[in-house]
Write a protein that binds this ligand. Structure first.
Ligand code: ATP
Ligand code: MG
Length: 356
């Protein structure tokens, strides 16, 4: 059986790193006897230039008819001044997630010990960090009732953190399932249940769902404390699950626990077809210079193998290969330090292929 993968390179370094992930997938196919079938689609600025729209019908159709989507990055200065609905992020990424029903964003955050010195935080604090943040993606303040009005000459506005039990239950379940596959089997549910009603429902639901997972340990943490603990002692976390807005903030914060955005993969899942993309953007400042770190996208492809195709051995093989390449001292510019070997986008992938 062939796995059908929709490939959407997008803009900027997206067009440079996606082909590298494909090279790695091809190597996996060859080594483990799988068949991957790729179909390319246009998205973002590239799609605007070609068709006038950032998410053409044809691309959406291609995604629906695939088993998984691999996305590079979209947007760039060229398209920043378009009307809001045509901007790559608003016109392509949000509708794509919505159309595919992707309610969970998964962001692993792992400190590779070889990179501990390349981070801005202290090695003693970071070493051994290996966590995954699971963010609810289709509820909360982003999508709850919102409005604006002027009363007695005073303008006011509101956004509502609205969550239903089924919405909370499905994301919390996903976190428990993810924890179950990990060594520590711990879920930390982050909320603000001392103040917010939606958080109280969140916490009650998490406790109820936990009964189905006796092998997993559930703890709770207020979001303000979680923000502090993430930089104080990130090693304490295994799986973190939280609502949309809190997750938006905490995932960006957690990204700094890794040495570079160029190292961080992500997956958006929940529907029939999941979306895999690096956590970074199109990086216009280094686009076209063969400098981009391809590892975030290569690791996103590994997540695709694990989450969409259940090819866990193959996914681990990619992660191990990345770790070995880093241990041997190969670095792209974003993670370069004195005494290491500087390589470009393609050479970094060559090294990964060698390890595989
Ligand atoms: P977006 O709005 O699309 O998120 P951004 O400007 O917020 O874009 P990025 O495009 O991710 O963020 O770039 C942020 C910085 O990180 C830039 O200086 C960029 O060069 C660097 N960067 C991002 N990804 C990589 C990568 N894969 N390799 C090397 N450097 C990277
Ligand atoms: Mg950004």
């Amino acid at each position: 059986m062939a796995y059908r993968i929709a490939v959407l390179p997008g803009d900027g370094i997206g067009t440079e790193v996606v082909p590298q992930a494909i090279r790695v997938l091809d190597k996996i196919a060859e080594k483990y006897g799988h068949q991957f079938e790729y179909k390319q689609g246009l998205i973002g600025g590239a799609a605007i230039d070609a068709t006038g729209h950032p998410l053409p019908e044809e691309t959406l159709g291609l995604c629906y008819n695939s088993d998984a989507v691999l996305l590079g990055a979209i947007g760039g200065p060229k398209w920043d001044n378009l009307p809001t609905h045509l901007r790559p992020e608003v016109g392509a990424l949000l509708p794509l997630r919505k159309e595919l029903g992707l309610y969970a964003n998964i962001r692993p955050c792992r400190m590779y010990s070889a990179l501990a010195d390349a981070s801005t935080l202290k090695k003693e604090v970071l070493e051994g960090t290996d966590m995954v943040v699971i963010r609810e993606l289709t509820g909360g303040m982003y999508f709850g009732p919102k409005g604006r009005e002027t009363v007695d000459g005073v303008e006011r506005a509101w956004d509502t953190m609205l969550y239903s039990t089924p919405e909370i239950e499905r994301i919390v379940r996903l976190a428990f399932e993810a924890a179950r596959k990990r060594t520590r089997k711990e879920v930390c549910s982050v909320d603000k249940a001392n103040v917010l009603e939606a958080s109280r429902l969140w916490r009650e639901t998490a406790i109820r769902v936990a009964a189905d997972y006796p092998d997993v340990t559930l703890t709770h943490m207020y979001v303000d404390n979680a923000a502090m603990q993430l930089v104080r002692n990130p090693r304490q976390f295994d799986v973190v699950v939280t609502e949309n807005t809190f997750g938006d903030i905490l995932t960006d914060q957690a990204s700094m626990l890794s040495a570079s955005l160029g190292m961080l993969p992500s997956a958006s899942i929940g529907g029939n077809v999941a979306l895999y993309e690096p956590a970074h953007g199109s990086a216009p400042d280094i686009a076209g210079q063969k400098k981009a770190n391809p590892l975030a996208t290569i690791l996103s492809a590994a997540m695709m193998l694990e989450y969409s195709f259940n090819l866990v051995t193959e996914a681990r093989a990619i992660e191990d290969a990345v770790e070995k390449v880093l241990s041997k001292g190969f670095r792209t510019g974003d993670i370069m330090e004195a005494g290491k070997i500087l390589v470009n986008t393609e050479e970094m992938t060559d090294r990964v292929l060698e390890e595989l």
